[in-house]
Design a protein around this ligand. Structure first.
Ligand SMILES: *Cc1c(COP(=O)(O)O)cnc(C)c1O
Length: 225
C-alpha cells in the first residue's frame, strides 16, 4: 500500500471528528511529499532541528506539529511556523514559547503534556502541576500562547487494560481542567493520545487527535544515527 493509501485507510477507520497527525520523524522529504501529493497536510516531528529543516525544504502550506519533548533553548527555531506544540511540561517552557511567539507576532497553540504512563522516562505534568501553572500570575499574563488541550503517552505494553486506564486517566484530567479553568473556551478541546499501536483504544477512551508514524510510513530506522 502507498503512503496516501495507508492514510486513507486510517482515516476511514476513525471518526471524522478525530484528527490524524502523520508522524514523519526520521523519514525523508520524499515520504512526506508522497503524503502531501495525496492531499495530506498535517505532520508531526519530535526534533526541532529536523522539523526546521523540513519546514524550510518543503511546501509552506504544511501544518507542522511539534510532538516531542522540547528544550527551552530550541523554541526559537520553531516559533516562526509551528502550528501546535504537544508537549508543554513546565512553566519555564511555556514562558519561552510565549516570548518567542511574541517576537514572531503570533499566538502559538499548545497542549499540556501529562505523565500517564507507568514509566519513568516519559515526560509530563500531573494535575497539580498544571493547576499551579494555570494559577500563576505569569501564565495569566501570557498573551501569545493558547492552551488548547492535553497530551499523553501510554505505557508501552501489551496489557490493554492498563493502556485503557491510562488513556481514561488523561480524559479525566482533561475534563477536570475543562470544567475548572476552560469552560468558556471553545478552543480547549483537544485530547492528543494514541499512536500506531494503541490509537484504537485511545479513540475509544476519548482521543480527539492521534499521532501515527510507523503504520503510515513504515518502521523507523535509527541504525545510522
Ligand atoms: C514517534 C511518536 C509517535 C508515533 O509513533 P508510532 O508508534 O510510530 O505511531 C507518536 N507520538 C510521539 C510523541 C512520538 O514521539
Amino acid at each position: 500500500m502507498s503512503i496516501p493509501q495507508k492514510i486513507e485507510e486510517i482515516k476511514k477507520s476513525i471518526p471524522e471528528s478525530v484528527s490524524l497527525v502523520a508522524v514523519s520523524k526520521t523519514k525523508p522529504n520524499e515520504a512526506i511529499m508522497e503524503a502531501y501529493d495525496g492531499g495530506y497536510r498535517i505532520f508531526g516531528e519530535n526534533k526541532p532541528q529536523e522539523l526546521t529543516r523540513k519546514f524550510n525544504e518543503l511546501p509552506k502550506d504544511i501544518i507542522w506539529h511539534m510532538i516531542g519533548h522540547l528544550q527551552t533553548n530550541k523554541v526559537k527555531y520553531i516559533a516562526p511556523f509551528v502550528s501546535l506544540i504537544h508537549a508543554v511540561d513546565s512553566l519555564k517552557l511555556l514562558k519561552e514559547i510565549n516570548k518567542q511567539a511574541l517576537k514572531n507576532d503570533r499566538v502559538i497553540d499548545c497542549l499540556f503534556q501529562f505523565h500517564i504512563a507507568d514509566e519513568q522516562t516519559k515526560f509530563g505534568l500531573d494535575l497539580n502541576d498544571a493547576e499551579l501553572i494555570i494559577n500563576s500570575e505569569e501564565y495569566q499574563n501570557m498573551q501569545n500562547i493558547r492552551i488548547v488541550g492535553v497530551m499523553g503517552m501510554a505505557t508501552y505494553t501489551d496489557d490493554e487494560n492498563q493502556v485503557r486506564s491510562e488513556f481514561s486517566n488523561l480524559k479525566s484530567i482533561y475534563s477536570k481542567l475543562k470544567s475548572k479553568f476552560f469552560s468558556e473556551e471553545e478552543s480547549f478541546k483537544e485530547i492528543s493520545m494514541g499512536m500506531s499501536g494503541d490509537y484504537k483504544l485511545a479513540i475509544e477512551e476519548g482521543s480527539t487527535m492521534i499521532r501515527v508514524g510507523s503504520t503510515i510510513f513504515g518502521a523507523r530506522d535509527y541504525s545510522n544515527k
